[in-house]
Design a protein around this ligand. Sequence first.
Ligand SMILES: [Zn+2]
Ligand SMILES: [Zn+2]
Length: 238
Amino acid sequence: MFVTQNVYQLSGRRGARPWGANTFLLLDKSVTVVDTGLGGKAASILNEVSRLGYKTSDVAYIILTHHHTDHVGSLAELKKATGAKIMAHTADAPYIDGSLPQPGPARPKWLAMMLSPFGRMWASTPAEVDKLLNDGDELPMLGGVKILHTPGHTPGSICLFIPQEKLVIVSDLLSNRSQPGLPSRIFTADMAQEINSIKKLAGLDFDIMAFGHGRPVLREAHEAVTRLAEKLESKREV
Ligand SMILES: [Zn+2]
Ligand SMILES: [Zn+2]
């Protein structure tokens, strides 16, 4: 589905086999892929690229919102097929290029410890990160994509703010079940940081919000984030 005129979402939930997280295509002179789903999805992503009128060689960049396997699973295959430049935040890059093992569930502690020997189960094929991203960076596609560092879910989680489209891609900073809320506690590394990051997000000016999982919010998304940030703040004060 089209989230905005120039941003296309490949739903994380289609077909019989699990896809993983949503993949986004930023459609400009070239194509930027944001997140890559689980492993084995490169061909399906490139099918959509061609259906939208672009060639495989038009895929110039791949941006990862964070290091979780359901977002970076097809990264290595997609890099091989396209030669695109890979970008991720400095703090998550070591988990993507394989210098650090991808951690499993963050809590409960006993589960994290029990599962730690089985890290390969959720490890993805490592891929070299070509460009490290940091808070405040601006990339040239779609009139400017601003990088907001929003740690918590992982240390190097980022949101992509695209003012021209009035859109922010928040990935797993927020979930969207019936309304925007906190992501899974099990897979979120630092909840206190996470809440600060949601407050930081509320400082941006956007209408539309797209998530790592589930459907986008197509209007008044900023109001929803402000309400959530206030609710989390009042809970914290109790
Ligand atoms: Zn996810
Ligand atoms: Zn995640």
